[in-house]
Write a protein that binds this ligand. Structure first.
Ligand SMILES: NC(=O)NCCC[C@H](N)C(=O)O
Length: 408
């Protein structure tokens, strides 16, 4: 049987990918809530959707199958029982802001057809959407109360983060930020209930109930046997150890987990905001975390009880060692210019999505980085991002590869 997940590298020809087209959840951002929901601004939805469609079309034109989270979810809602199960899980995990709202909300959601149901769960449910509930608490009676029963999920279009394919298995992530924690529930549900995935018995390398966070933007499959993981604002060292043990003890081909420490700050929230693989021996990097010689804190985890852990201090040398390469080229985002480099990193210039060795999708706006990639022989497919970028993520963040061809 064809494996529904098969990811043995960052750069093998991409054949199937999971996306989410931004929807009404974006219009439910307000100046009061956007910071808590991890946005710096409120995107203009019609333009954002146009940009996202352009991105999806660019992938389809290159024979990449594009699947959407909402459609996969709808496919699972064939029976009333599965629908109820998911609504229950979702409500359990949502911070409901009024007593008694849970039952009313559940009934409100279950009256919907599958498409409306999934759209509403992603967009959020306003208190005014439900019939007036009897108010019992002071905070409900005060006029300026919080408008949502169910918070919107505006970050869902960053499908990279809630889960990551590794080999023929998956890491279903306990996410660090409250605003994003429900996202991995969608992936977990799809893996267990969608016919394409459920029958495959996909190994789960990380369970979303683990107590310490990890996010997919930090998980980079450098080769069949080497996984790099950023220890970052979003990913904990404990989660790295945990997934490493599961990979080594399970039926995976991973032999080395390379833990890369990056500054715990928003501009470099995940490893893929400052480091991506673009070819067999070429990588984007950013000066904020790694100078052109590649100095930084790196630990290699290998099988053993306890795990064998050894320190390295140079990214370039470590990549040469673990990937068995004689040379490695680090391409700095924004080049040597400090201003261009800071600007383009903020706008996700390092966040490339490789669709084949030496071929990447990037944002058009990062022209300094794009020119530099081309000078280094990389094919650059540009997509527009006046609005998409406002959520602080690029093409890699907006995609969860499901299958890639093996490297030759
Ligand atoms: N892999 C990534 O870097 N994803 C970008 C996520 C951006 C989102 N607004 C967040 O703060 O989680």
């Amino acid at each position: 049987m064809k494996q529904p997940i098969q990811i043995n590298s960052e750069i093998g020809k991409l054949t199937s990918v999971l996306l989410h087209r931004p929807g009404k959840e974006i219009e439910n951002l307000t100046p009061d809530s956007m910071e808590q929901l991890l946005f710096d601004d409120i995107p203009y939805l019609p333009a954002m959707q146009k940009e996202h469609d352009f991105f999806a079309d660019a992938l389809r034109q290159r024979d990449i199958e594009v699947l959407y989270i909402d459609q996969l979810m709808i496919d699972t809602f064939e029976t009333e029982e599965v629908k109820r199960l998911f609504v229950d899980r979702m409500l359990q995990e949502s911070r409901l802001t009024a007593n008694g709202s849970s039952e009313a909300l559940k009934n409100y959601l279950l009256e919907m057809d599958s498409k409306q149901l999934i759209d509403s769960m992603i967009a959020g449910v306003l208190k005014e959407d439900l019939k007036e509930q009897k108010k019992q608490h002071l905070y409900e009676m005060m006029s300026r109360h919080y408008p949502f029963y169910l918070d919107p999920m505006p970050n869902l279009y960053f499908t990279r983060d809630p889960a990551a394919g590794i080999g023929s298995g998956i890491s279903i992530n306990p996410m660090s930020q409250h605003a994003r924690q429900r996202e991995s529930l969608f992936v977990e549900h799809i893996i267990h209930h969608h016919p394409r995935f459920a029958s495959a018995d996909t190994p789960v390398w990380m369970d979303r109930n683990f107590d310490f966070p990890i996010e997919g933007g930090d998980e980079l499959v450098l080769s069949e046997s080497v996984l790099a993981i950023g220890v970052s604002e979003r990913t904990s060292a404990r989660a790295v150890e945990h997934i490493a043990k599961n990979l080594f003890n399970g039926n995976s081909k991973v032999e080395k987990v390379v833990a890369v420490e990056i500054p715990k700050k928003r501009a470099s929230m995940h490893l893929d905001t400052v480091f991506t693989m673009v070819d067999y021996d070429q990588f984007t990097t950013h000066a904020q975390v790694v100078d052109k010689d590649g100095h930084m804190n790196i630990f290699i985890l290998e099988r053993g009880d306890p795990l064998r852990i050894s320190k390295r201090t140079n990214l370039k040398e470590t990549l040469k060692e673990v990937l068995k390469l004689s040379e490695v080229n680090l391409i700095p985002c924004g080049g040597e210019d400090k201003i261009a480099s800071a600007r383009e990193q903020w706008n996700d210039g390092s966040n490339t999505l490789a669709i084949a060795p030496g071929s990447v999708v990037t944002y058009e706006r990062n022209y300094v980085s794009n020119d530099l990639l081309r000078e280094n022989g990389i094919e650059v497919i540009e997509v527009q991002s006046s609005e998409l970028v406002r959520g602080r993520g690029g093409p890699r963040c907006m995609s969860m590869p499901l299958t890639r061809e093996p490297l030759k």
